[in-house]
Write a protein that binds this ligand. Structure first.
Ligand code: SF4
Length: 464
């Protein structure tokens, strides 16, 4: 287990200003998603179709990866395979060196966050500029994103104004339009001077070898067309079989992420610049990254690879809303992170994230591809207990309960003791707010249902 676990990080985060900003942002996104779904009668059918496409793709991933690599190569791209983050970073560095690139512009990409690409490039003396407004702010602040689609959901306008004044020397303002204009002015020169553009990939299309990107700021298009070379880094699971399938995914993604009918800039790129094209890069490299994903394919949590990174599950999760994304201590937060990260990086260090859920089921209800997050959270918890990775207190409690529950006499004694305790400390609400001894920790954060004063057996006997 990591030295500082989720519980400690969350305890600190809950008291911060970030938590309030996160909760407000998550609420806004949820309201927009619900509105978008209600105004699109075919939403439920589209979700069913999107789920079918993702499950089918994962079940045939080897075949679709091969087809995608072949089609992308035929379209004039260079396709590279990386087994882990280190290898992916080395490939990027090699391309940067071969193309004599000194300035890189990046559009938003979670997989490059995952493999910490920026560090590698900066260590090699290459300047990297994030061009998504949220990512740009995060980079100036020296932080990591706290949300999959809204990296600065935890920041207030005041904080961003102060940051801009300090880091890029503009007049102090909280006005969103002025802040936007300042960022646009700063980034425009970077786009024009950049040698290399790096993007993620929202979806790769197997039969055409195309890659699809969605952004709301147009920075993705500038990143992928202005510099001489474009590198697209793609998690190996991000495929759909056909362009028609891509249409379905874009429909549910935009509505679930931001509540739009379609993201402002939905781009499909098939190959580098052609002789008659007015613009575009001379070279387009696609790096397909495994980094633990093929391992997850063999696990009972493989379904999580169907995730399309819309962020809806984060926005509805009561734990995420209270603690914010940084409490998860890793790139992916919220329910998707609580399943994906332990599956990718192991239960030993990250298993406690699976506890970061109330199992209320809101994430499953919100997920556009109907990923059964609660089922996988429970499975990870079970695995953690089976591998003896749960905290000693929890293990003791489960052991004690199991010993009593498998012995009828002991179980009866336990139930009677509970009944006596309830008579001794009656409650009007039906909930106990403080328990002694081992139960203290439980009631320090939530109430415990009061036991019945008479056991089932006692009532049964009486009724007969
Ligand atoms: S698990 Fe579902 S709801 Fe959560 S980010 Fe992925 S696609 Fe969206």
């Amino acid at each position: 287990m990591s030295k500082v676990g989720f519980r400690d990080r969350a305890s600190a985060a809950i008291k911060s200003k970030e938590a309030l900003a996160t909760a407000a942002g998550a609420k806004r996104f949820t309201e927009r998603r619900i509105q978008a779904a209600e105004s699109f009668p075919a939403m439920e059918a589209a979700r069913d179709e999107a789920q079918r496409i993702r499950l089918h793709t994962l079940a045939n991933l080897d075949r679709y990866l091969e087809q995608f690599a072949q089609s992308a190569t035929n379209a004039g791209n260079f396709v590279h395979w990386a087994t882990d983050g280190e290898e992916a970073n080395k490939i990027v560095l090699r391309i940067a060196e071969e193309s004599e690139s000194r300035l890189v512009v990046k559009s938003k990409s979670m997989v490059t966050e995952e493999i910490e690409l920026n560090h590698t490039l900066e260590e090699a003396g290459i300047e990297v500029v994030e061009t998504d407004l949220g990512e740009f702010i995060i980079q100036l602040a020296g932080e990591t994103p706290s949300h999959i689609i809204a990296p600065v959901v935890h920041k207030t306008r005041k904080q961003i104004g102060e940051l801009f004044a300090e880091k890029i020397g503009v007049d102090l303002t909280e006005d969103p339009e002025e802040l936007n204009a300042a960022a646009r002015f700063y980034l425009r020169t970077k786009f024009l001077e950049a040698d290399l553009g790096i993007s993620g990939v929202n979806f790769g299309v197997a039969d055409t070898g195309s890659i699809s990107l969605v952004t709301n700021e147009g920075n993705g298009r500038l990143t992928t067309t202005a510099p001489r070379v474009h590198i697209a880094v793609m998690g190996m699971e991000r495929l759909v079989p056909t362009i028609r399938d891509l249409g379905v995914m874009l429909e549910v993604l935009a509505r679930s992420a931001t509540g739009q009918a379609l993201t402002s800039y939905s781009t499909v790129i098939t190959g580098p610049r052609q002789p008659d094209d007015a613009d575009g890069p001379d070279e387009l490299h696609i790096i397909i990254v495994d980094n633990g994903r093929s391992n997850v394919l063999g696990q009972s949590t493989a379904e999580i690879l169907g995730c399309i990174r819309c962020g809806a599950c984060l926005n509805v999760c009561p734990v995420y809303r209270e603690s914010g994304g940084h409490a998860y201590g890793t790139t992916y937060s919220g329910p998707v992170g609580a399943v994906l990260v332990p599956s990718l990086l192991g239960l030993q260090d990250w298993g406690d994230l699976a506890q970061a859920s109330s199992l209320c089921g809101a994430c499953l209800e919100a997920c556009p591809v109907r990923i059964d997050l609660p089922r996988m959270l429970i499975e990870l918890r079970q695995r953690r207990v089976a591998q003896r990775l749960a905290t000693p207190g929890l293990r003791r409690a489960i052991k004690t309960y199991a010993a009593a529950a498998t012995r009828p006499t002991a179980f009866r004694v336990m139930m009677r003791a509970g009944g006596l305790a309830a008579r001794f400390r009656p409650t009007t609400s039906g909930w106990m707010t403080s328990l002694p001894a081992m139960g203290k920790k439980w009631t320090s954060t939530r109430d415990f249902p009061s036991p019945e004063t008479r056991t089932f057996h006692q009532r049964w006997k009486k009724s007969r």
